[in-house]
Design a protein around this ligand. Structure first.
Ligand code: CO
Length: 446
């Protein structure tokens, strides 16, 4: 039986303390600070130096870190991008619902496209961000952001017994306003008690609790399993597995002649159209400010983006053991068999001959196996963040990910070998220096 590798144990720790995008970004931020990166708030001017290492966050749920090479030479940006959010349920403002005066449940709505059935009959908890009002000495008020995580079994969405629904195994259509509301307590609960619990968790009084972004999350703990310990199951593998693998590669250093960029965006699961999503100006704002902070002008910036390259990293669908027919005849992938390069004729995946060739070369150098994924031509497939980000700042981009089962389940499954592959490929990518020869052909060097 294989020993669980250190990077998998580290990922499990990261997943356990990252129940929401806010927590994931707080933990990524902590790793960057520990590695000696300097935080640059977006609202202050940036002064950058060659050799410097920096990061910034937006909304506390998206983060971009960058390392400026010490000896810049016709630099470009070498970018990886992943997402910090996962499908779940968001708690509404006036959340308590009393049922026949014997139950208290919470009113929620879906965030992203989850597999509803996976949320039933398992302990759930609540985590997220709250805004707390504080009084300053001069009488002014400030609004403090606090992350909370109840970190205990707090709620559960019970199934209807099969005796009351004989058709439960014939394919259920779940109604999110009826079937998926979680049970919090009995009729003994006071009206408004949930808000009091949240206020207490945030270390404040209810009257000072002014804003909440709170989500349900599954309490089922990650586990490594299989005959040879070859599988990892956990919530939020899509896409925190990539977010974590990219970061570990990023922290291994990079080419001194260009600028390495690590991005993790919120709101991919709801279309990325937020101020901090991949469709926002966050990435282009940061890249432009890196260029200007290094004393470069607008023309230099255009040259830099033309020399840039992005890995758009989001997990991919492994062949399902019970349903191999769901995948393409030749372009199907398996867990533990390497990084998945995704292609789509309609360009929901950005991969093209140029970006595939370059990334394949990087993986070959790093000794990392690759596999190719395409949707069946009669299936729509999913979308991700690479092509969306290109609307704001355009560069050669390849879509890739790690093979997994049960995407958007509350408990997903991946292969234990693949995280290490992503870490190695990310590190090799960040060490690559990209130029073009006189004919415009891409040239990759160390
Ligand atoms: Co994803």
């Amino acid at each position: 039986m294989r020993q669980t590798k250190k990077e998998v144990k580290d990922l499990i720790d990261f997943l356990k303390k990252s129940p929401t995008a806010f927590h994931a970004v707080a933990n990524l931020r902590a790793e960057l600070l520990q590695a000696g990166f300097t935080e640059l708030p977006e609202r202050t001017r940036w002064n950058l130096v060659p050799g410097g290492r920096y990061f910034t966050t937006r909304n506390g749920s998206s983060i971009i870190a960058f390392r400026v090479g010490a000896e810049l030479k016709d630099p470009g940006f070498m970018v990886t991008a992943s997402h910090s959010d996962s499908p779940c349920f968001k708690i509404k403002e006036n959340a308590e619902i009393r049922v026949m005066n014997h139950y208290v449940q919470l009113n929620t709505e879906g965030y992203g496209g989850m597999i509803c059935s996976t949320w039933f009959d398992r302990p759930l908890s609540v985590a997220g961000r709250v805004l707390v009002r504080k009084k300053n000495e001069d009488g002014s008020e400030r609004y403090e952001t606090r992350l909370i995580d109840f970190d205990r079994d707090l709620l559960l969405i019970p199934n209807v017994a099969i005796h009351m629904n004989r058709k439960v195994n014939d394919g259920m259509a779940y109604n999110k306003q009826i079937d998926l509301l979680p049970l919090l307590g009995t009729g003994e609960m006071q009206q408004g008690e949930f808000r009091k619990l949240v206020a207490a968790e945030a270390g404040t009084e209810e009257k000072n609790l002014l804003g909440c972004d709170l989500f349900l999350y599954s309490r089922t703990q990650p586990t490594v399993w299989g005959a040879n310990n070859e599988f990892l199951s956990a919530g939020r593998l899509d896409d925190l597995e990539c977010a974590y693998g990219n970061l570990k590669g990023f922290l291994q250093g990079g080419c001194e002649k260009n600028i390495q960029v690590y991005c993790c965006f919120d709101n991919e699961e709801v279309g990325s159209l937020t101020k901090q999503g991949a469709a926002s100006t966050f990435l282009s704002d940061v890249l432009y400010r890196v260029a200007s902070g290094l004393g470069m002008d607008d023309e230099d910036y255009r040259c830099m983006t033309a020399r840039s390259f992005m890995l758009s990293c989001d997990n991919a669908h492994a062949v399902h053991p019970n349903h191999p027919e769901k995948t393409d005849v030749g372009n199907h992938v398996f867990m533990n068999e390497g990084i998945v390069i995704k292609s789509h004729a309609g360009q929901k995946y950005t991969s093209d001959a140029v970006s595939v060739a370059l990334f394949r070369g990087v993986c070959e150098k790093a000794g990392v196996p690759v596999q190719f994924f395409a949707n069946r031509s009669d299936e729509a497939g999913g979308s991700t963040l690479g092509n969306i980000a290109m609307a704001q700042v355009s560069m050669n981009t390849v879509d890739l990910g790690l093979a997994q089962l049960a995407m958007h389940s509350a408990y997903e499954t991946a292969g234990v070998a693949d995280l290490g592959y992503l870490e190695s490929a990310s590190a090799a990518f960040y060490h690559t220096y990209l130029t073009a020869d006189a004919a415009g052909n891409l040239v990759a060097a160390e």
